[in-house]
Design a protein around this ligand. Structure first.
Ligand SMILES: Cc1cc2nc3c(=O)[nH]c(=O)nc-3n(C[C@H](O)[C@H](O)[C@H](O)COP(=O)(O)OP(=O)(O)OC[C@H]3O[C@@H](n4cnc5c(N)ncnc54)[C@H](O)[C@@H]3O)c2cc1C
Length: 501
């Protein structure tokens, strides 16, 4: 059978594309190499508990906000979302505590009370966040109606912050909840910074019973709309003929044909699947292979003794000392982390699970690169246990006595992500975007092959919100902007002659 669209990878990007395209009436198949779908947002089970991997909270789900309509169309609004506290980010820097509030007005009011001398800058910054969030769909508007929000992509976030604020402590506080991106002074674009913070300040939500439900709900929707989602289907080769992808071959020998192929993989991995190509020139492959990745994450997932720790409905961040930008130095003891509590599923007032997250660059774990899960040896176990102990000791600054509450702990590292999702270097947020090199690092969804498109966090934006946005852009290549605009607006769309190449 020939499909309209084959999608490689059932991560969030692949699943959102699959959902939209099958909704549009196209014959879609999603191929996932893993034993389960979701990629970075999959959950895993140990004992009687489910644990989350790359999902803790999402922004912008409130009515009229950035993700509301799209999540509605994807069937995700009916999941058991739980709004976080108004002061949803608690940030401790060098022993001092600060809060960020959700709701732009609350944000300005509460932060200006702490930093009255910076009130004007805070107000301007909040306006910038609001505009970024409001404009993120504007590139999808039918031609010529809106300005591009990507002007901010060429501006450097660190330069903006130091030009706007005089108080370095305020810059630390504003950046303190940014463990959801790589705070690199030299490269981080202002657009990435604003997008990564603005949607959460719009409103912030946890998901009761875990992030895996997002993937499951999307897959159910795809199947209901006539599409297919298949696990244990590792794509091994994209076969090119006459300058197009003619065949998608799996490692088990099966092969599929489709008019269009979408890859949710890292672009370098996508290039590697095209073993022989006339159309994809060596220069493009080299460019993809040379792009740098953001760091990975080490997560310590803690199972706590029942009724030992009151549930907290906010995130906590702890930095040992001021200097949030550049707090992470590979090889040095853990000096900053995020603490997230899982919403109790049984209505208990106590948290049963708490995750501690801290960045880890590939160079810290590269010496085990040739090993696989369960076969990494004692020195790896010793390294990750030492890291976990450092995380727990630092977390005790805001959760006193945490060590004594722990029943079990599980540790994942960039190597874990690399092995389960095949993500190069286990990068947490994909390719590193660079304000100074926007042309090379802001990738197009198009490739040199007309029927091969890209999606996922490596392109424009990362995170649940960013990957969803990026999927809209990928789908717009096939369905057209007018169709996508009506889709986002909740209008009925008819089956059309789409660009399925
Ligand atoms: C520790 C951590 C915490 C995070 N926390 C948050 C958070 O709280 N909120 C938030 O918004 N974002 C968070 N993120 C980011 C978010 O999880 C990611 O941006 C997003 O899930 C990436 O989705 P993706 O589809 O681009 O890629 P992926 O999830 O990597 O999906 C790619 C898929 O392709 C599959 N694949 C690979 N090779 C092949 C092949 N050859 N054939 C078939 N299939 C293949 C993989 O198995 C995978 O399923 C976090 C990330 C990490 C790592």
């Amino acid at each position: 059978m020939k499909y309209d669209v084959l999608i490689i990878g059932a991560g969030l990007g692949g699943l959102v594309c699959g959902h939209i395209l099958s909704h549009a009436g196209l014959r879609v198949k999603v191929l996932e190499q893993g034993t389960q779908i979701g990629g970075c947002i999959q959950s895993y089970r140990r004992g009687r508990q489910d644990y989350d991997t790359g999902f803790h909270y999402v922004g912008g789900l409130g009515e009229g906000q950035s993700l509301h309509n799209v999540f509605g169309r994807l069937g995700l609004l009916s999941l058991p979302w739980q709004r976080m506290d108004t002061d949803f980010e608690h940030i401790r820097i060098g022993g001092r505590d600060f809060h960020l509030s959700q709701g732009f007005d609350n944000f300005v009011r509460d932060l200006s009370a702490e930093f009255p001398h910076e009130r004007d800058g805070i107000r301007r910054y909040a306006d910038l966040l609001r505009n970024t969030v409001d404009q993120q769909f504007s590139l999808l508007r039918p031609q010529g109606e809106a300005a591009s929000p990507f002007d901010l992509f060429e501006r450097n976030a660190w330069a903006y912050l130091t030009e706007t604020f005089r108080d370095p402590l305020l810059i630390d506080v504003l950046s303190g909840a940014s463990l959801k991106m790589e705070l690199r002074k030299e490269t981080l674009p202002l657009f990435t910074f604003c997008h990564g913070n603005g949607n959460y300040i719009e409103s912030s939500w946890r998901l009761k019973a875990g992030g895996g439900q997002i993937a499951q709900t999307l897959a159910e929707g795809i199947r209901r709309q006539g599409g297919e989602v298949t696990c244990r289907a590792a794509v091994e080769e994209l076969v090119e003929k006459d300058g197009r992808i003619a065949l998608v071959r799996l490692d088990n020998g099966e092969a599929y044909e489709a008019a269009t192929v979408i890859s949710d993989l890292h672009p370098a991995s996508t290039c590697a699947l095209l073993k022989r190509s006339e159309r994809m020139k060596t220069a493009y492959r080299h460019r993809m292979a040379r792009l740098e990745n953001t760091f990975g994450m080490l997560t310590v997932s803690l199972l706590l003794r029942p009724d030992s720790l009151p549930y907290f409905n906010h995130n906590r961040y702890v930095y040992r000392r001021p200097g949030v930008w550049g707090f992470y130095r590979p090889g040095e003891p853990v000096s900053g982390l995020m603490i997230s509590a899982r919403v109790p599923e049984d209505g208990s007032l106590h948290a049963r699970q708490v995750d501690l997250l801290t960045p880890v660059a590939w160079e810290e774990c590269a010496r085990w690169a040739e090993t696989t899960v369960g076969h990494r040896g004692e020195d790896y176990a010793a390294w990750k246990n030492r890291k976990a102990d450092e995380c727990i000791a630092l977390a005790e600054e805001t959760v006193p006595g945490l060590h004594g509450l722990i029943e079990r702990r599980y540790i994942s590292t960039p190597l874990t992500y690399r092995d389960y999702t095949r993500t190069p270097q286990g990068t947490a947020y994909g390719l590193r975007k660079d304000a100074g090199n926007a042309l090379s690092t802001l990738l197009s969804v198009r490739t040199p092959l007309p029927n091969l498109l890209l999606t996922g966090q490596n392109l424009m934006l990362h995170g649940v919100c960013g990957v969803t946005m990026t999927a809209l852009f990928t789908c717009a290549e096939i369905l057209g902007r007018e169709w996508m605009w009506r889709y986002i607006g909740g209008e009925e769309n008819k089956r059309e002659n789409f660009n399925i190449y």
